[in-house]
Design a protein around this ligand. Structure first.
Ligand code: HEM
Length: 285
């Protein structure tokens, strides 16, 4: 299904013939369900808006909309669009990155052990739950997440954009209206920059002292003026997801399956996702 959608993104004209038509209808039905869900959330929030307790995006938007009398772009259709963006762009990306991360954990138990040791040390030395501030003391966790982003960017070709005017780039002429996609995958797997680029090695992001090295050559959120607006949130979400999952569970592969799930290839669609796999999550005592 997702391969069919990917073809339609590049060649929208095919949406009138099967199997693309069926996929497009299915997609529209899902978007309608999501719109219904967002509408219900909107109604609930509108009925109980407490201006002194702005606890989420929806309430903040409604508050702003009221104070600006619906001006400055604070309109109902804009709010609906933003809510759908949160769901579509903000959840599948995170859950897919987490699925890749779990897959690497079961393939490399020694990496999982190192992660656990670091996270356990941090959480043992504090009273409260893991907080965002802790990420500066988790070099191996940061290296692991950065390596997941490098090896398996969930949008290997970014999002399709279009040139707003004629452009000259590195000697190439790109006319106005040309669809353009950024090849994130090739940047992340460039052998000129990465030694053994196909290998999953969090250590490559640590220096000799064991400090984390942030790389601006790893661009899962793309770059430039239209970079993913959810980048900061996504980085925090990934940190909280990985630390809490590894702290509370030990992951291993399905014992009834003769081999480990496929890791070197995934499903290439709108997002690049792992093939379906089973996993055992054993609660740590
Ligand atoms: C691992 C997580 C995520 C990855 C890898 C990711 C990646 C990307 C990429 C590559 C783009 C295209 C940027 C470009 O064309 O330059 C994008 C766009 C976008 N992302 Fe994310 N994203 C993630 C999480 C999120 C989250 C958590 C949100 C919001 C809650 C979000 C909201 C958006 C939106 C609204 C756009 C479209 C922006 C536009 O059209 O200008 N993303 N994302």
């Amino acid at each position: 299904m997702s391969e069919t959608l990917a073809v339609m993104i590049v060649y929208p004209i095919v949406e009138h013939i099967n199997p693309f038509k069926a996929a497009a209808d299915d997609y529209r039905a899902k978007v309608n369900r999501l719109t219904g869900f967002a509408n219900n959330a909107l109604k609930k929030h509108s009925n109980s808006i407490d201006e002194n307790a702005i606890s989420d995006y929806l309430t903040a938007f409604l508050h702003e909309q009221k104070s600006r009398n619906g001006g400055d772009g604070f309109t109902d259709p804009q709010l609906m669009r933003a809510l759908l963006d949160f769901f579509v762009a903000g959840t599948e990306t995170i859950s897919t990155s987490t699925l890749w991360a779990l897959l690497f954990l079961i393939h490399y138990p020694e990496i999982q052990k190192k992660l656990y040791d670091e996270i356990n040390f941090i959480s043992d030395n504090k009273e409260s739950d893991i907080e965002w501030n802790d990420h500066t003391n988790c070099p191996y966790t940061n290296a692991f997440i950065q390596e997941v982003f490098r090896c398996r960017p969930v949008t290997p070709l970014g999002l399709q954009r279009m040139t707003a005017k004629d452009v000259e780039l590195e000697g190439y002429f790109i006319p106005k209206g040309t669809p353009v996609m950024g090849n994130i995958w090739s940047v992340h797997h460039d052998p000129k920059h990465w030694k053994n680029p196909e290998a999953f090695q969090p250590e490559r992001h640590l220096n000799e002292e064991g400090d984390f090295i942030f790389s601006n050559k790893i661009i899962p959120f793309c770059i430039g003026a239209r970079v993913c607006p959810g980048e900061k949130l996504a980085r925090m979400e990934m940190f909280f997801l990985i630390t809490n999952l590894v702290k509370n569970f030990e992951f291993s592969s399905d014992p009834s399956s003769p081999k480990l799930p496929e890791m070197t290839d995934g499903v290439k669609g709108f997002l690049y996702t792992p093939h379906h796999y089973k996993i055992v999550a054993k609660a740590r005592i």
